[in-house]
Design a protein around this ligand. Sequence first.
Ligand code: SAM
Length: 319
Amino acid sequence: MHKTHTTSFLKWAGGKKRLVVLLDKLTPNYVDRYFEPFLGGGAFFFYLIQTRKPFKAFLSDSNPQLINTYRVVRDNVKELIEILENHQKKYYKSGEKYYYSVRDNTDANQLNIQIRNNTHSAAEVAGRFIFLNKTCYNGLYRVNKIGNFNVPHGRYFNPKICNKEKLMECSNLLNRSEVDIRCDIYKNTTTKCQEDDFVYLDPPYFPVSRTANFTDYTKENFGVQEHAELANEFDRLNDIGAKVLLSNSNSDYVKSLYEKYRILKVKSQRNINCDAKRRSDHHDLIITNFNRNKKINNIERTVVKGKNKKIIVSTTIID
Ligand SMILES: C[S@@+](CC[C@H](N)C(=O)[O-])C[C@H]1O[C@@H](n2cnc3c(N)ncnc32)[C@H](O)[C@@H]1O
């Protein structure tokens, strides 16, 4: 059975938990400086930091609420836990009603204003962010044009809003070596890359269908033009000798952007309690400018969740 690692404290749309073992196989043997400029829930970072020798990490994302939360987890986890325990108590009492009262406090969406005006501490803002992440529909993060969070309430039975052990572990991991956490667009982070740095790019996926659009993470969208610009940045990083790994949707457009690199088409499957009906399939493209000839085998691992839930995660390389 696969060794269990601490996973992210967030549930994140487009999160890469199911791919971490494969991504690790494609990672250089020695990592000195690691860049992850589309951080989201940071599934791969949390995996790497537990499986590799200490390295310097540059983590960033354009979502200010998300980055504030990472910083609070790293620097002030005890206060955050108290705040989350309080949210949990209130939520268990009045559920949906409490969710909407927290979500629709519109002033609380304006992160900079509230911290600047001292109306809420950074820890309170992070507490609200994690509370909404654990109780909203599918852990989605979506805001309207004026920046207010607008995801409806999810349907969970007593969700664990304050997972004290996990928050403490993630805090320790973020303190383990030098970790720089910034709110910025990806280009302002990748511009710091040098020869031999390892860069993992996991942008909002290029939509494969009209309905599959996960680009609403922030107010800005990530469309055809942005994907083309990112491919140019990939080329620039390749030219300076950085080692780059990128994940994206399985689409002809993405393949056309990266045709000079190694492209792996990957199918991941989650089979819950070996029940064929409860299976979910997912296709991704993994693109790298190094390890071009390394043979990558299919992966199968069992993840045990709680007392009775067993998930078989398999990753198959299609071509
Ligand atoms: C697919 S998610 C990353 C998921 C992450 N790898 C995980 O495992 O949870 C993409 C992330 O990119 C961020 N993002 C969107 N546009 C961006 C930009 N221009 N620069 C930096 N980050 C951006 C979003 O806020 C989102 O968190």
